[in-house]
Design a binder for this molecule. Sequence first.
Ligand code: IGP
Length: 472
Amino acid sequence: MNILNKIASIRRETIKREGYTLGSAVPPERDVPLQKFGQNPFVICEIKRRSPSKGKISEIADPVKQAGLYFGKGIRNISVLTEEDHFGGTLDDLIAVKRAYPEAAVLRKDFLLEKEDVLVSYRAGADAVLLIAALLDKEKIEELYHYAVSLGLAVLVEVHNREEVDKVRSFRPKIMGINSRNLKTFRIDQILPIELKKHIDWETQVVYESGISSFNEAIIPFESGFAGILVGESVVRDPDLIDDLIQAAERKGEGNFWNRLYSRKRQGRPLVKICGITNREDGEAAVGMGADILGFVLAESPRRADPSFIRTVKDLDVLKVAVVVTGEGEPDREVMELLEKGYLDAVQFHGNENPGDLRSFSYPCFKALRLRDRGDVQEIDRFPGPRVLVDAWSDKEYGGTGKRLDGEIVTEASQVRPLWMAGGLSPENISGIISEFRPELIDASSRLEAEKGRKDHGKMKEFFREIDNGCV
Ligand SMILES: O=P(O)(O)OC[C@@H](O)[C@@H](O)c1c[nH]c2ccccc12
């Protein structure tokens, strides 16, 4: 090999290894000031034209105008998707947005692979870059991380599973993102970030990414210890949602219903909701046997619970859910007051509510859907929130009918979201149902009763024993 070729081949190797560098003597120039990424409200709004999972979202002929909508509503963290082939973005979008809004912190959202990409991001005006752990090996992501930090950039390190958390633990990134969307299957699981966050065991700010489309969904991360959220599609479609997201960012803490519920989850065993509790003895017994949720019916029903009774069981170590049947809009004043004061943790909407009623609701909630046939399964995805409880259809009553869902419907429903199942669950059928459908949550009421509104403690015991039998 002649010297020229030798030099060239070493150079290629170096570029492959380190990317293109300007050399330490030359500070890379940029004409807009760096801004701190992650200022409050830590709501990151994204400029996103399309995606492989959703197809076209919006033209966004003028990304500066789009950024202006966000900025005008108080957003100071703007994500610009610059990937061209699948997301329809360009680096020019980022350059233009940062020039127009130098006080905004701009995140370059792309699939960065080499140091060169990081340097180019910096020079284009980015204040922060995304590094995707699924895409980079341990050495590479650490190298890119330190390089970005050396340029003064903030780095959002994105993970989706425990292996990826393990991959980045050694350098303890200061800002982590957990994507609720699996980039390989595009499936969203709104609970996944909450569970995965528990494995991030160093001091860091964690951002909840993807799949948020409502106020009610946005309170879940903020009340579960997340520092921020990243929202794309929904704010592109409806920038007015930003007002709700900023309001949700004021909620703080770790005490969200979903966070507490999934802290109780044990591998291989479904969560158990015992519904139709009207008296303390039944509630205590259910909790003693291992119930995760007690359901209190606050609707016209032979199992209606007295609100003043609900106040007396605050001490029970269990999550408490109000089951309400509304046509539309909010449940009545009494229920709202119990939620406000912390006697109840969440609401199960079991009537003819619209998805919109849940979107704007101020407390954790989920929809119970009575499925008549397989066509109804599509209804599940119309409702926001991490989970939908599926129940058997009855013409007469809204719940507690003891009727069972058809197996094919259950199977289809479980493909849409992890299965939360109600309707006719009993000591006789529960172990078979668990081994066949592996539900994530089971909800039992009428088949555990001695009479309407009173549980038969023998049947409950039997029910819990059969749950264990079904799990093996
Ligand atoms: O549009 P959504 O569901 O609100 O998601 C936004 C953002 O989280 C998503 O675009 C995203 C998160 N991580 C990524 C990595 C690459 C491309 C895109 C992404």
